[in-house]
Structures are given as structure tokens and as C-alpha cells.
Design a protein around this ligand. Structure first.
Ligand SMILES: C[S@@+](CC[C@H](N)C(=O)[O-])C[C@H]1O[C@@H](n2cnc3c(N)ncnc32)[C@H](O)[C@@H]1O
Length: 236
């Protein structure tokens, strides 16, 4: 039940109304490489300098940067020469491509794929089926067939899943003591990030990943080094 204050000014309703705008500001700044540029530069940059580096419009860039400041994704320093922008600590850690904790890939997946499907949420609820057909022209009968409509799309999905495990994989695996189990099976193990975290947390374990043949091929080629002897793949 809402408090009287909530009923006078429905803050959570306004937060929900604007939520997708916040996501898109974050996704756009990541996609354009704002956080990567500010990490590489090692010093605060003006909006014009950022626009020149990124090849974006000065006016659009300034608005995007100010929105990021409002969201605490960037900090601004105002001097006599004007405003200069720098990354916040959290942005350096999670929003730059080169960070080991980077969430770049999952954000790009959300921005370019999930976002488009969610545009058709009303249709999904009416029809009781996913909306890949409307969003991408792929049959909705086989969700993974639609998600993996090209090797590029598959790579993006797998990299996105892996980026989440880079943050919480070890905690998930340590939540239960799996040390008595020497042979662990990861059904639908995808890009293998959880398996890699598993053999790191439990060095005496081996992990067998089962997944679709084309996913196994991509995981071996891109994500799990061939020297990794504790992880095996099985196509199913
Ligand atoms: C939501 S993803 C999770 C991937 C992985 N566990 C992770 O968290 O990164 C589900 C996984 O199930 C796999 N999958 C879907 N259908 C499958 C099938 N019929 N046989 C084996 N794997 C399948 C997908 O390819 C995908 O890797």
C-alpha cells in the first residue's frame, strides 16, 4: 500500500515512466565509447574534445554528457575554461570495455536486441509468444534459433552472459559448498564463464559443458582457451 506521501507525489510511478530513458542514456554513452575515451585520456575532457574524438555532434554530445552527470555516471569539473568531464569510479570499473568487470557486452545486447523485442511487449502479452518475428523477422517458434540468427548475434549473446558471470560467478558458486563434487555438469553452459569460475573456485573439479553444437564451436573458438584441461564440451 502506498504512503500518503506516495499518493500526493507518485515518485515510483515517475521513476518507472522514465526508466527506459535512463537505460538508453547509459547504453548510448557506452556504445559511443564515452567511458573508454575518458579512461584512455587519463584527464578530464571538454564536451567539444569528446565530440571531436567520437565524431559526434557537439550539441548532442553535451546533452548526453550532462545526462550522464545527472545519473552519476560521469563527474563534471567546471573551471574558467569551461566544463570538463571525467568517469566516476563505478564507470571506470563497469562501463569501460577493457575492465575485467566490464558490463559493456550485456549492455549492448540489451540496447540492440532486448530493447527492440520489449517494444512489442503488449503484443507478446496479447498473443502469448515472443516477438522475434516482429523485431527481427525470425520465426518465434524456436527462441534460440531466433536469438542465434547469425554467428555475430550468438557471439554478442554469449559475451553478454559472460560479462554478468565476471561479477557474480564466484559468489554464486561459493553459495553452496560444491567441493565434494569432482565432476560438475553445466547444461546449457554457453560461453563457459561459469565453468571457468567453477574450476577456479574448486580447483579439483572438472566441468562438462553441454550446449547446442554451434554454441560449443563458438565457445571453444572465442571464450575458453584450448589449454583449459578441466573444462570439456559436449554438443547436444
Ligand atoms: C540463458 S542461456 C545461459 C547460458 C549459460 N548458462 C550462462 O549463464 O552464461 C541458455 C543456454 O542454453 C542453451 N540451450 C538452449 N537450447 C538447448 C538445447 N536444446 N540443448 C542444449 N543447450 C541448449 C543455449 O544455447 C544457451 O547457451
Amino acid at each position: 500500500m502506498g504512503s500518503t506521501q506516495d499518493l500526493d507525489y507518485p515518485q515510483i510511478i515517475f521513476q518507472y515512466i522514465n526508466g527506459f530513458l535512463v537505460s538508453k542514456v547509459l547504453f548510448t554513452a557506452c556504445e559511443l565509447g564515452v567511458f573508454d575515451l575518458l579512461l584512455e585520456s587519463g584527464e578530464p575532457l571538454s564536451s567539444d574534445a569528446i565530440a571531436a574524438h567520437l565524431g559526434t555532434s557537439p550539441s548532442g554530445t553535451e546533452r548526453l554528457l550532462d545526462a550522464c552527470v545527472g545519473l552519476k555516471l560521469l563527474a563534471v569539473e567546471v573551471t574558467r575554461e569551461g566544463a570538463c568531464y571525467r568517469n566516476t569510479e563505478i564507470s571506470n570499473l563497469y562501463l569501460t570495455k577493457s575492465s575485467p568487470k566490464s558490463q559493456y557486452h550485456i549492455m549492448m545486447y540489451y540496447s540492440n536486441t532486448v530493447y527492440l523485442c520489449w517494444h512489442y511487449l503488449t503484443d507478446a502479452v496479447r498473443e502469448g509468444r515472443n516477438q522475434y518475428e516482429r523485431a527481427f523477422g525470425n520465426s518465434s517458434k524456436d527462441p534460440f534459433g531466433a536469438m542465434y540468427r547469425s554467428e555475430e548475434e550468438m557471439l554478442k549473446f554469449m559475451a553478454g552472459q559472460n560479462s554478468i558471470w565476471s561479477i557474480c560467478g564466484r559468489d554464486v558458486l561459493a553459495a553452496f559448498d560444491l567441493s565434494p563434487f569432482r565432476h560438475i555438469y553445466d547444461l546449457g553452459g554457453g560461453g563457459g564463464a561459469l565453468a571457468q569460475a567453477c574450476v577456479s573456485v574448486y580447483p579439483n573439479s572438472t566441468v562438462a559443458i553441454y550446449d547446442l553444437p554451434k554454441v560449443v564451436q563458438v565457445a571453444k573458438e572465442w571464450f575458453v582457451p584450448s589449454e583449459e584441461r578441466q573444462i570439456t564440451f559436449h554438443e547436444g
